[in-house]
Design a protein around this ligand. Structure first.
Ligand SMILES: Nc1ncnc2c1ncn2[C@@H]1O[C@H](COP(=O)(O)OP(=O)(O)OP(=O)(O)O)[C@@H](O)[C@H]1O
Length: 445
């Protein structure tokens, strides 16, 4: 059936052209004879032009079909790949007139091309969802400019990642990218961190120190959690943005600095402006180009790609087991991508633990896990798992062994990987009589 359609598509323009040539001959030679038209060369030329024009018009209509066919197939493919929203394009195709379909198709082509452009510009930013692709397209647009950007979004949605992406793709890429968390630094210290200080500016200032603005000269300064900045510091920042000059604490002179500001917040800044806890003039100055990152729960299409990305970064090339992925997809992730990343890391520990079965360990004489599975640990792993407590103990022991293996016996890192306190890990290591040193020794050999 497809072959018939294909050959028809190829043959039709040839048939049309053949018929048209035939018509030209009839028109130019037979009709004048039949209808006794005058032998006026101008009239014949006019008729000929009219015919050639009609043929060209018909031929272009058919060529258009040739173009639209592949284009429609391209869109179908793009839909399958998740590049386009199937719902939207289907609705558009069904409910719109021809010019509207063409217009929306061209818009979508532009959308796809800019998305492809954006994903090549920011390879470290994973995104599949339409909402994040839109953000990435805007990010690519603003990266080429020198405008101030205000990134909003919940904690862990990737605000800093986007900010550093903007810097890397901007004309300032060769300059420094510095980040400062305005909420993490006590307000008395924030100004000295941002603007620096001279020797003796305050008790304890034994030597002069440049601030972030100076250090970020010709580069980008990322002001994270800007909503938590005290009002006095806001006034100073505004002055610096307007004059391009800073003054170190304890100094009477000013220094010029050329810094692009990207700020981020998970607070509702317009509300803070209304409440008069954030300066309206500074808000407008920072909010030249707003970028809003959606929370992960609103873009679950990103989860599979993010999970694979984090697995690869941790040396696991294999795709995530489907049952694990289902669990990930079912969560709401209040801590967003950061939380997902931590869980992927933990799930790898569990996977490693499951792969290291006691039988496997018997065949690997120097396996750190085997050596570490001291009497009680071994008992726990080899239990018949006929009751819940012993099964849980076996899993717990395996996870601890796998975490220690991964962190080469560093207990603090292993505890972090397992999401427990180092002290709690220490108790469990004692309980299962795991010999941590053997992991370290095994790594050195
Ligand atoms: N789209 C993404 N692709 C790959 N990694 C991501 C993505 N989004 C976030 N991450 C990772 O998630 C972690 C948290 O991201 P980031 O620190 O940029 O979030 P944030 O919004 O700035 O958080 P906070 O508001 O708490 O400072 C980082 O390790 C980052 O690399």
């Amino acid at each position: 059936m497809t072959h018939v359609k294909m050959s028809a598509r190829v043959l039709v323009p040839f048939i049309v052209s053949g018929l048209s040539i035939f018509a030209v001959l009839v028109y130019a030679h037979v009709l004048p004879l039949l209808f006794d038209l005058p032998h006026d060369p101008e009239l014949r030329l006019f008729l000929l032009c009219l015919l050639v024009g009609s043929i060209t018009f018909l031929a272009s209509l058919f060529s258009l079909r040739w173009i639209t066919g592949p284009l429609f197939r391209f869109f179908r493919k793009a839909e399958d790949l998740g590049v386009l929203s199937a719902k939207q394009s289907a609705e558009e195709t069904h409910n719109k007139t021809d010019p509207e379909i063409w217009e929306s198709m061209l818009l979508q082509v532009t959308d796809i091309l800019s998305t492809l452009d954006a994903s090549t510009m920011f390879p470290e930013i994973i995104c599949q969802s339409r909402s994040m692709r839109e953000v990435l397209t805007q990010t690519a647009q603003v990266a080429r400019t020198d405008s101030s950007v205000l990134i909003t979004g919940e904690s862990g949605t990737g605000k800093e990642l986007i900010a550093s992406g903007i810097h890397k793709c901007s004309a300032r890429a060769k300059g420094p990218f510095l980040a400062i968390n305005c909420a993490a630094i006590p307000s008395q210290l924030l100004e000295s961190e941002l603007f620096g200080y001279e020797r003796g500016a305050f008790t304890g200032a034994s030597s002069a120190k440049p601030g972030k603005f100076e250090l970020a000269n010709n580069g980008t300064l990322f002001l994270d959690e800007i909503g938590d900045m005290p009002l006095e510091t806001q006034a100073k920042i505004l002055r610096t943005l307007e004059t391009g000059e800073i003054s170190r604490l304890g100094s009477t002179s000013t220094r010029h600095c050329d810094v692009r500001i990207i700020s981020a917040t998970n607070a509702d800044l317009p509300k803070k402006v209304e409440e008069k806890t954030f300066r309206e003039d500074l808000f407008h100055r920072l909010n030249v180009f707003p970028l809003a990152l959606p929370p992960l729960r609103q873009r679950k299409e990103d989860i599979p790609a993010l999970v694979d990305h984090f697995r690869k970064k941790l040396g696991h090339e294999s795709p995530c087991p489907p049952e694990m992925l289902q669990i990930f997809l079912a969560q709401d992730w209040p801590g967003n991508v950061r939380e997902l990343k931590n869980h992927v890391e933990r799930s790898l520990v569990l996977e490693d633990a499951q792969r290291l079965t006691p039988r496997h360990e018997e065949h690997v004489p120097n396996s750190p896990v085997q050596e570490s599975t001291a009497p009680r640990a071994e008992q726990a792993s080899e239990l018949e798992h006929n009751d819940l407590d012993s099964s849980l103990a076996a899993i717990e022991c395996k996870m601890i062994c796998a975490a220690l293996k991964r962190t080469e016996g560093v207990q603090n890192s292993a505890a972090e990987l397992l999401g427990i306190k180092p002290r709690s890990l220490w108790h469990r290591i004692k309980k299962y009589e795991i010999d941590v040193n053997k992991y370290k020794i095994a790594q050195h050999h």
